[in-house]
Design a protein around this ligand. Structure first.
Ligand SMILES: [Zn+2]
Length: 562
């Protein structure tokens, strides 16, 4: 028996339109950066797929777009903590996860466009959904490691107390996050020495340690399956836009703990997300969606949320959870596990959505120990009404438009789509404050009859409207994972030609063709050749499918060894 694992990553694609104070703090220019795409998610994940015990082919998809307009240039609210801007972004990204069904079979990752103004705090992890810049591959692996339950390696930051001291690479009984074993880079055969540092630490050069390799083996977040055959098997393919619990008899293996079998299914929930800023609670969004009804990775707080009726009777109630967050980057120190020191963090709570109710409220414990109301919103007299909703899919872009009978402000809209007639819903866009939304069709399923849903949130409840549209056929997604643009590799050395693609072609690797400098040199999506003589080169991969031929290219350099 062998264990096989696969990375299933779902990107929250963030666009940025706002000031850039890193260029000129006094008079910042306005910049506009489009949201990254699933192709960007794939190329950024190349290092993650290389260092982690997973198949070379992952399953990549989009959890939709999120517009952002505040620069991430504030200072941390406590040493090693996050800035208020990062906390606000993490809260918005956690909201996208709810719009996407709050799935547990994928790891969510917020992808910022390269060039987003970031300063003082390099990044901010949240155990809800972590976020990093497009192209920063080591950051992604570190965050995916947190998503799979890893804490920090103890170097430059307090770490996992279980991290062993690998003698002789560590001083006796003093772990310093060394790898503890030789590591092999499967892209080029490079050997990493046991004294190099674990990627979950803040020291480098980073690689995967023996300890975390073990923690990631048979790890439920990496979708382990047992196989008997010794022979090559095609990469696992799951349809990323179908909710697995709609199709797999329950209880599926990923929800079985050692002692429990829990039934998992999306339910109607009231999601309240907010932030506590220096002790003050502020609710940032209230949405009513269908989602898995547990907050994942949360820690208890003293707050309780309630949906109440006109007489003040409680219809449903739940404890408010705090999403742990740490700052990230070399030189920072972060309290592992989120700790309790920071007074600013993201809150999330999911209440059963049993009826509309008359008010939502959050209570906390006052200084005298009495419960006091810290936030309350009444049902508006008139709910928002949707007067019209249409979606057009054209080559290159889709456009959704709607008309509302609603106040000018105080509402936000989101979009979802379903490829299976309303059983599974995928987030397409969130945080919209306009009456229209343009979206990329490149990351929609190809040639599918789709149901689109508009959700309008008024801060208390949500109204929806649906419409249908059929997506055009498109070629399969294909990107070069190695050698990537700008790579420098040894002339005459083994060279891995590795591409990432999707769908049923994964099971038919003979469809892939490789060209180096216009000469066909290999086949499949993972092949080995001898690197050409020293100089500048191009690599191209092509793949035929019944919707056309996909092509991806990269430029790389070969050098003679010294
Ligand atoms: Zn970290």
């Amino acid at each position: 028996m062998h264990t096989r694992q696969q990375l299933r990553l779902r990107g929250v694609m963030i666009s940025y339109a706002g000031p850039d104070p890193t260029v000129n703090a006094a008079n910042p220019p306005q910049i506009t950066l489009p949201a990254p795409t699933v192709a960007d998610l794939r190329t950024t994940a190349a290092w993650t797929l290389t260092v982690m015990p997973v198949d070379a082919q992952g399953i990549f998809s989009s959890a939709g777009t999120l517009p952002w307009s505040t620069p991430l240039t504030g200072v941390a609210t406590s040493p090693g903590g996050c800035s208020l801007q990062w906390i606000a972004l993490n809260a918005a990204v956690a909201g996208v996860r709810m719009n996407d069904g709050n799935r547990t079979d994928v790891i969510y990752y917020g992808l910022l466009p390269a060039g987003t103004p970031i300063a003082n705090v390099g990044g901010c992890e949240s155990s809800g959904v972590s976020t990093g810049p497009n192209g920063q591959q080591v950051t992604m692996a570190h965050e995916v490691g947190h998503g799979a339950g890893l804490a920090h390696g103890p170097c430059g930051t307090p770490g996992d107390p279980g991290y062993p001291a690998y003698e002789p690479y560590h001083p006796a009984s003093t772990p310093t996050a060394s790898l503890g074993e030789y590591g092999l880079d499967p892209r080029n055969g490079q050997v990493h020495r046991p004294t190099e540092k674990d990627l979950m630490s803040y020291c480098g050069p980073p690689w995967m340690s023996l300890y975390h390799q073990g923690r990631l083996t048979n790890n439920a977040r990496l979708n382990p399956t047992r196989i008997r055959s010794q022979r090559w098997k095609a990469p696992m393919y799951i349809h990323p836009h179908l909710w697995p619990w709609e199709y797999i008899p329950d209880p599926p293996q990923w929800e079985r703990g050692p002692h429990e079998v829990v039934r998992m299914r999306a339910e109607r929930v009231v999601s309240i997300i907010g932030v506590v800023e220096r002790g003050e609670l502020r609710v940032t969004e209230v949405t009513r969606v269908a989602a898995l009804p547990q907050v994942h990775g949360g820690r208890p707080t003293a707050f309780v949320a309630e949906l109440v009726d006109a007489e003040g009777r409680v219809i449903s109630a739940a404890d408010v959870q705090r999403l742990p967050a740490r700052s990230c980057g070399c030189g920072c120190s972060g309290e592992d596990g989120g700790g309790g020191a920071e007074d600013s963090y993201v809150l999330s709570v999911l209440l059963p959505d049993l009826e509309r109710g008359a008010a939502l409220r959050v209570t906390g414990t006052g200084a005298d120990g009495e419960r006091t109301e810290v936030w309350r919103v009444e049902a508006p007299e008139r709910p928002v009404e949707i007067d019209g909703f249409e979606v057009r899919l054209e080559s290159g872009a889709g456009v959704a438009r709607w008309e509302l009978a609603a106040p000018d402000e105080g509402w936000t809209a989101a979009l979802q789509f379903s490829p299976d007639d309303g059983r599974s819903w995928n987030s397409l866009a969130a945080g919209i404050t306009d009456n229209r939304c343009e979206f990329s069709v490149e990351d929609l399923p190809s040639r599918a009859e789709l149901v689109f849903r508009l959700l309008v949130h008024d801060g208390f409840s949500t109204v929806t409207a649906e419409t249908r549209a059929t997506s055009a056929p498109r070629p399969v997604q294909l990107v070069v994972m190695h050698p990537q643009d700008g790579a420098v590799v040894g002339a005459g050395q083994p060279l891995r030609l590795w591409a990432s693609t999707e769908g049923e072609v994964l099971a038919e690797p003979e469809r892939g063709r490789w060209y180096v400098d216009e000469e066909q040199v290999g086949r499949g999506f993972d092949d080995w050749v001898v690197a050409p003589a020293a100089g500048e080169h191009t690599v191209r991969v092509e793949c035929d499918s019944d919707t056309g031929t996909s092509v991806a290219e990269a430029r790389f350099t070969t050098v003679d060894s010294e």
